[in-house]
Design a protein around this ligand. Sequence first.
Ligand code: NAD
Ligand code: ZN
Ligand code: ZN
Length: 384
Amino acid sequence: MLGLNYRGPYRVRMDRDRPIPEIQHPNDAIVQVVRSCICGSDVHLYHGLVPDTRVGTTFGHEFVGMVVETGPTVQNIKVGDMVLVPFNIGCGSCEYCKEGLYGNCNESNAMSTTSGGIFGYSHTTGGFDGGQAEFVRVPFADVGPYIVPPDIDLDDAVLLTDVVPTGYQAAEMGDIRTGDTVVVFGAGPVGIFAAKSAWLLGAGRVIVFDKEEYRLDFVRKYAQCEAYNFEAIDDVVWFIKKLTDWKGADVCIEAVGCEAVGRAEQTITGRLKLQGGSATAMVWAMNSVKRGGNVSVVGVYGPTGNLVPVGNMVNKGLTLRGNQASVKRHIPHLIEHIRAGRLNPKEIITHRVPMEEAAEAYHLFSNRLDGCIKAVLIPPSISY
Ligand SMILES: NC(=O)c1ccc[n+]([C@@H]2O[C@H](COP(=O)([O-])OP(=O)(O)OC[C@H]3O[C@@H](n4cnc5c(N)ncnc54)[C@H](O)[C@@H]3O)[C@@H](O)[C@H]2O)c1
Ligand SMILES: [Zn+2]
Ligand SMILES: [Zn+2]
């Protein structure tokens, strides 16, 4: 089959002769991919920043596809079902999954005490091959996959595997109260949906920061928020305080992660591997939130320590929360928002790319070329 092959930092290629995955466990399913996205998280992998990313693995944790085979114990999905598959792999029965914390599953990546299993996201998260391929093996097939309702567009469905729920959970973890001022760092897909979700959860004002003008233009219209280019601002924290009558934001959402730019000392110490990437957006979030405010972090950081201002967290009484989104928990209510017209995820898709051209799509997306916000890969056999 066609499948992405990671060759080392900044190098991916599509191979045409990868073996089609097989059922390995009675509760596995094999899914034929019909839509597969490239995510900001894939960019960290592509740049070689995620530990134990092995040459030869297939990335891709945002995919929708048709079930083509099921193991003998699979009951909830059957051959022919069109399913959206959450990026995190949950066993459904450990203490975390039972609480709906599918993103923290204790069983799907049993060698780790930090992270549950994730499709196509290095051996640090279990070494599962991902969905930037024609077929994927889906473990715990009774738990994660969600049958796409016939009235839901596949382009919306594929965004429900990660960025829409992650943006929503980012806002939810901010514990927004009616009328709150919410600042979102990052106008990538995750930041865009965090901004949009902040309104759904009662924000009174939403302000987004990025440096890509085209993304700022998009989020201004799509999420009807204020949006500023941080490169045109001397001191972002001061600027946010000024915008908020010197109080600071009620809630700050960090939707950037370890490749944040904007502060030389962070970038340099990150590149020298003195810390796990650059924590610039994290620092801005912690410093520009009000006293007692909430900082919600969904930007990805590696396991290595970062130079974060922990003192501020203590002195300002911040609530600092972060998590991998528990996608499954959010799907039913997000579908209701889509049905009611309050959310229109597929509008963020700027590029539909034949899967054969995935390497070019990585280059385009990671360098933010050609107005790229979200790229969807379409396998050659798929005509819809
Ligand atoms: N926790 C989760 O469950 C989860 C899920 C999906 C993605 N993520 C992470 O969320 C982050 C965003 O994902 P994405 O797909 O939107 O990525 P993306 O790379 O498309 O967007 C990141 C944006 O941040 C901007 N940026 C860089 N430095 C900044 C700064 N200092 N302040 C404000 N903006 C800055 C970039 O210009 C870019 O537009 C990534 O770290 C990704 O790994 C986490
Ligand atoms: Zn993703
Ligand atoms: Zn579990």
